[in-house]
Each structure stands twice: as C-alpha cells, then as structure tokens.
Write a protein that binds this ligand. Structure first.
Ligand code: AMP
Ligand code: GLY
Length: 422
C-alpha cells in the first residue's frame, strides 16, 4: 500500500514550482520518494531531476508540496484538496498571511503577537500623515505580493513619501501597492524561523539567516534573498520564544477563523532588545533558506511533510538537523533585482555540481542552444556548501562558486561573514 505518511510503498511526490527552493525540496524528498517537479527548469532537468509540464492538477502523485506563494494565494492547495489529493501548503484563506500584509498585521494584533506598530492605507493623505508622525527611518510596504521587493526602508523621508505615492497610485507595483502598510522601524538582528504545521501542531525547523539586500554590507535594494546560512549561533532561545509568542498564537487565531493551516509558517523575525518581533509571515519554505536547511535535514522528509498534510504531525518523528553548518550563495543575473538581463549562456553547472560537499540548486536557468543552459531569471543558481562549522562551509562555498560563470554574474562576497567571524 502506498502511504506517504507511513513511508511505505513507492510514493510519488509532486513539487510545484521552478526555483532553487523547489530544487532543494526535490533533493530532500527524493531520498525516500520518486519526485517530479512541476514545471521545474532546464537546469534541474540537466542535473537529473524529473520535470513535468503543468498544470499541477493533471499530475498523478501521492503528495503535493507547493513551493511558491503565488499559487498558494491563488488557491491551488484548495483545488487539489477538493479533488482528494494530499497537499502540503495552506489554502487561499491561510495564504492571505503572505498575500495581504494589512490582513496579516490585523490578525497579529488581534492575537497579541509582537510586531511593529503600523497603519494600513489606501489614501495618500492619511498615509503621509502617519508616516510623518513616525521618527524614522521609514518603512513602506506593498500590501500584496511583490516577490520580496515591495518593502522600502529608508532614512530619507522624502524618498519614503515618494514611495507611498508611487505605490498607492499603482505605478510602482500595480494592484499589489494600492494598499500600503507604513510601520515603525525596528532595529536588531534578523532571523528566519520556519515551522511545519498541520492545523494544530507546529514544529520548528533549524533557524536560518537570509541576506536580503543586493550588495555587500547590506547595501542596495531588497531582493528575494542573496544567500543564507544555518544554524544561527545563539538563536536557539529565540526559536522557542518565536514558537510560543508568534507561531502558536497565529495558528490558534487562524483556527479561530476556521482556517486549517497545513504547510510551512515562516516567521521573518527582528530580534530586538525587547524580544523577537514579527516582520512578516510567509506561507511557504524560504528561498534561499531551504537551500541551507535541506543539506542538514536528517530523516524522512517525505513522511514528515505528508504527516503535516494529513493533520497527523503529532504522530511523526520531529525534524532533526545535522550538527554541521551550511552556507548558500545566490548567483544573480546582471541587473537583478531591478531589471535582470536573461539569455546569457551559463557555463560550468555540471562541473560545480560534481564537487564533493557542494549542492547546486537551479532557479532562473532555461534551455539554451545546442542543449546548453542560459540565464532565465534574476536569481540564477544557489550554491550551498556544508562543513563542520560556518567557517569551513563558507570557505568551501566561495572556493566553488568561480567554477560557474556567465556574462555579468554577480553575488555577495559577505554571506555568513559576521557569523563566521563571531
Ligand atoms: P518583509 O518582506 O516585510 O520581511 O521586509 C523585507 C525586509 O525589510 C526585511 O527583511 C527587513 O530587512 C526590512 N524590514 C521590514 N520591516 C521592517 C521594520 N519594521 N523595521 C526594520 N526593517 C524592516
Ligand atoms: N528569503 C526570503 C523569502 O523566502 O521570502
């Protein structure tokens, strides 16, 4: 009998998505299942991952794991469940936590979850009044989805005011910006805490730290994430506080609204002197955080995701992570994040993937001429190295990266530097 929860029989898992996160999930799940990625990308296929064309509703699988936020917000999990499929990922109602920052902030406030003081606005005058009442730096966010790029943090009030106007007018982010959230600036260290949820029970995964700015020393615009490392020194206490003060109250609040939340609840946290504060919730695995979790994740990943999908997390073995460290560096196309140039030939992927202790996760990689690969997105590849500690993983990843190249390839040179030095 094929039972993905019990881990018996030849189980097939369909991972929905096309990025580095999905490539990493495919690697983890393929330890104990047959995996297809829908639609995946040419780079994954070149490295031996089975990719299938969509729509996912037509794929025959025992378990669906939905990677990106857009299909979750769009109700893919609901549609699959309605046809009797086992799905890891929340339905559209739960996905509003990420799909609408105004909705999320209101839910958090109601549940007493610590988060930045805020206002949500559709009118320019009211938004500017509130912004001017705050001391700065200023934080302006699109309400809707913007691929990690809808947040402006600035010390220049005129820039913040211009951003409010550009967002509310629809010029900057279309409909996603027609409501903005303006909020108090929080100072501290950022941490990503992801938890597996089955509607009632929640289990934390290993903490990770993401690097959101495009340039070294946290300069330049916000991106989807330019690198990550795990574990995060000194984060252990924070994780239990985040579970108690943010994840469990949020799950309970969702449940109170009739939402049976099954999937990842990802809390983007600012660790302030007053304690952890929720910056955002995502309703899926982080990208690139997943690329540093998977190489450390021990045990049967398929069984635990299936248990969460089935509402039976309490019966499964809690996720466990190896004692070592992992560091991921994202290699980006020229112009990312504003206007990435695509179509450049990518060299060296197979060579890089063949290096011992190196994991290559393909994101914006498309088919090129004569069976080759070309850049097809802003974040092109994630390269992860594991090691006994952050220092050795970091040294290994930066030694490996130059094996791959394309015109204008860029990446940060300071991923995990502070953690390694400390
Ligand atoms: P978000 O997508 O809401 O997590 O915001 C993207 C990034 O902007 C975060 O990772 C932080 O670096 C920064 N950020 C967001 N909100 C705040 C805030 N209230 N105070 C300081 N930085 C923030
Ligand atoms: N790396 C941030 C995110 O996945 O949203």
């Amino acid at each position: 009998m094929r039972d993905p929860v019990a881990g018996t029989g030849a189980v097939t898992v369909c991972v929905v998505g096309a990025g580095g996160r999905e490539h990493a999930l495919a690697e983890a799940l393929s330890r104990t299942a047959t995996v297809v990625v829908c639609p995946g990308n040419a780079g994954m296929a070149a490295l031996g991952v089975t990719c299938v064309e969509g729509p996912p509703e037509r794929v025959d699988a025992d378990l669906f794991v939905i990677g990106p936020e857009a299909p979750l917000v769009d109700g893919l999990a609901d549609r699959l469940r309605a046809s009797g499929r086992l799905v890891f990922g929340p339905g559209a109602e739960g996905a509003r936590l990420e799909g609408s920052k105004a909705w999320m902030k209101e839910l958090l406030q109601g549940a007493g979850v610590p988060t930045a003081r805020y206002g949500a606005f559709t009118e320019e005058g009211a938004a500017l009044d509130f912004l001017r009442s705050l001391p700065g730096p200023w934080v302006v966010k699109t309400d809707g989805l913007a691929a990690g790029k809808g947040v402006l943090v600035t010390e220049d009030r005129a820039e913040a005011e211009a951003d409010v106007r550009a967002k509310l007018s629809g010029r900057a982010f279309g409909p996603a910006g027609r409501t903005v959230v303006v909020e108090e600036f929080l100072e501290g260290t950022e941490l990503s805490v992801m938890a597996l949820c089955d509607g009632r029970t929640a289990w934390p995964l290993a903490p990770a730290q993401d690097f959101k700015r495009a340039g070294d020393r946290d300069t330049g615009p916000n991106t989807g994430g330019m690198g990550a490392f795990s574990p995060v020194p000194a984060a252990a206490d924070v994780v239990s506080r985040v579970m108690a003060e943010a994840v469990h109250p949020t799950l309970a609040a969702l449940s109170g609204r009739g939402v049976d939340y099954r999937g990842v609840l990802y809390a983007g946290i600012m660790v302030t002197p007053q304690g952890p504060r929720v910056l955002e919730f995502n309703v899926r695995f982080g990208d690139p955080e997943t690329q540093v979790l998977v190489p450390r994740w021990e045990g049967d990943v398929t069984a635990v995701l299936a248990a969460a999908a089935a509402g039976r997390l309490a019966d499964a073995a809690p996720p466990a992570f190896s004692a070592g460290a992992a560091v991921c560096v994202v290699l980006a196309a020229p112009g990312y994040p504003a206007e990435p140039r695509t179509g450049d030939p990518v060299e060296g992927v197979a060579k890089l993937a063949g290096i011992d202790g190196i994991h290559v996760y393909c994101a914006g990689v498309g088919p090129g001429p004569a069976g080759g690969l070309v850049t097809a997105g802003g974040r092109v590849l994630g390269v992860t190295a594991t090691g006994a500690d952050i220092d050795s993983a970091r040294a290994k990843v930066y030694e490996a990266v130059p094996a791959v190249s394309w015109p204008g390839m860029h990446y940060r040179s300071d991923i995990a530097a502070s953690a390694a030095a400390g």
